[in-house]
Design a protein around this ligand. Structure first.
Ligand code: GTP
Ligand code: MG
Length: 238
């Protein structure tokens, strides 16, 4: 049982030579230290997510007062799982270290903002980027240039300072901004992508692409309608 296993391990350690024992001790200290530092880094990413989420909430609240409507429908956040970080680094041939996570993995912290209209995406993004503590590292506009499969969203990699007791640290956050329709398309496409062995794969891809284009058309028509309503109501209130 467990007792005899402890006994076996103890006898093994007692009879091991000192040099080996000391190496093992150093190694386990190193592993433990790494785990503590890794947890700390993940905690910092969690705080960066909170900071960015708050920035969006503030913009939404201000916008509401100014224009009597909310540009943001909801915000989803996620911290990349350790196994996904490791898998991504293996795939990209990056040695696993804390420095390399910070340098090369831009999406450990993820914030997804779902807007009502396409123009809200750009107003919200612009208002975020111009804040003087936000540094824009990369911008990919998959709305103007959709992916070949039809994927649309505005992607930003930003860095924001987070203030801790002993230090200020700039943390990277991946921001995805999209409409409700773009979001439901992306969730569906994501689910289908992980289904193995789809019959008729090409036909399904074609249909998805078609849906993405229809959705883009509907998004732009909804924006047109809203603009017209706003124009006519401002004439009435003048
Ligand atoms: P990687 O994260 O290494 O793929 O970096 P990248 O430079 O290719 O990033 P990109 O901005 O293209 O995509 C980042 C994230 O956007 C992904 O992790 C997904 O969450 C989302 N995304 C990108 N393309 C697609 C797509 O075709 N379908 C769906 N559903 N999501 C996508
Ligand atoms: Mg990608």
């Amino acid at each position: 049982g467990a007792d005899s296993q402890v006994y076996d391990l103890t006898t093994e350690l007692m009879t091991m030579d000192d040099a080996l024992l000391s190496t093992m001790w150093d190694q386990s200290k190193e592993i433990l230290n790494f785990m503590i530092e890794f947890k700390e880094l993940m905690m910092m990413y969690k705080c960066a997510i909170k900071a960015v989420k708050t920035k969006f909430e503030v913009l939404d609240t201000e916008f509401k007062i100014r224009y009597q409507r909310n540009p943001i429908n909801f915000i989803k956040t996620r911290l990349k799982r350790t196994s996904s970080i490791m898998e991504k680094m293996r795939r990209k041939n990056i040695p696993f270290s804390l420095e390399n996570i910070e340098r090369y993995i831009n999406d450990v912290a993820g914030v997804r903002v779902i807007c009502s209209y396409v123009d809200d995406i750009y107003s919200i993004a612009k208002a975020l980027i111009k804040q003087d503590d936000v540094k824009l590292i990369e911008k990919k506009d998959y709305i103007i240039n959709p992916k070949p499969n039809g994927y649309r969203s505005l992607h930003l990699i930003i860095s924001v300072p987070v203030f801790f007791a002993e230090q200020r640290k700039d943390m990277k956050v991946e921001v995805q901004i999209r409409t409700i329709a773009m979001d439901s398309w992306a969730s569906l496409e994501h689910q289908l992508r992980y289904k193995q062995e789809i019959a008729n794969e090409e036909e399904i891809a074609r249909q998805l692409r078609e849906c993405a284009d229809l959705i883009a058309d509907i998004d732009s028509r909804m924006l047109d309608i809203r603009t017209k309503i706003e124009a006519s109501s401002s004439i009435l209130t003048e």
